[in-house]
Design a protein around this ligand. Structure first.
Ligand code: FE2
Length: 193
């Protein structure tokens, strides 16, 4: 682990130890993530590799009690997620390139409509949670280069059984994302909680 990432893990662990309200956690956590993504050189090459067909989610750290995980998202040109939820708080920081987020709000008929859109550039941060808005889609905003963002969650996100949605009908399909770096024995990957 690089020193900058270790410092971040220590700082956010200290913040979580205080059991702050979600609003304080997100406000203070955003500052810590902004510091982490203020420069990109700390992220090792193994966690920057795109895949030609789909985005990559590399686990950087997960605590033993599933209260925190840190993931490097690597987007090839044009790659995108479906509309999905997280069921926990999450803070996202832009590291390289540009990440585009579209947030969704559920309609009275059960479907989902776009409620906002934004572009995350290096050093910028945003957040999701069931309280402030948990349903979105995310994509590489660049059509000709790789983008990378760092995602921090209040659970072991690769093990959380959550949902992708058909925005037209609201139909939900449950999924467990796992992680892309499953090539080594990894306590935190691929097992649904
Ligand atoms: Fe997401």
């Amino acid at each position: 682990m690089t020193q900058k990432l270790l410092t971040f893990v220590q700082d956010i662990a200290r913040l979580l130890e205080q059991k702050p309200s979600e609003s304080i956690l997100l406000a203070e956590g955003k500052k810590l993530v902004a510091t982490l993504v203020s420069s990109p050189e700390w992220l090792p090459e193994a966690f920057r590799k795109p895949h030609p067909a789909h985005y990559q989610q590399y686990l950087l750290y997960a605590d033993p009690l599933d209260c925190l995980s840190i993931v490097s998202f690597v987007w090839g040109p044009g790659q995108t997620t479906p509309v999905h939820d997280h069921l926990t708080w999450g803070i996202v920081g832009g590291l390289v390139g540009e990440e585009r987020e579209v947030t969704y709000r559920q309609r009275s008929d059960g479907g989902y409509s776009p409620s906002g859109e934004g572009v995350l550039r290096p050093g910028e941060v945003t957040a999701v949670s069931p309280t402030i808005g948990d349903v979105h889609s995310v994509a590489n905003n660049l059509s000709d280069q790789v983008s990378i963002s760092i995602h921090v969650y209040g659970a072991n996100i690769g093990r959380v059984r959550r949902h992708v949605f058909d925005p037209q009908t609201g139909a939900a399909r449950s999924f467990v994302s796992g992680y892309s770096n499953d090539m080594t024995p990894n306590l935190w990957s691929g097992v649904a909680a």
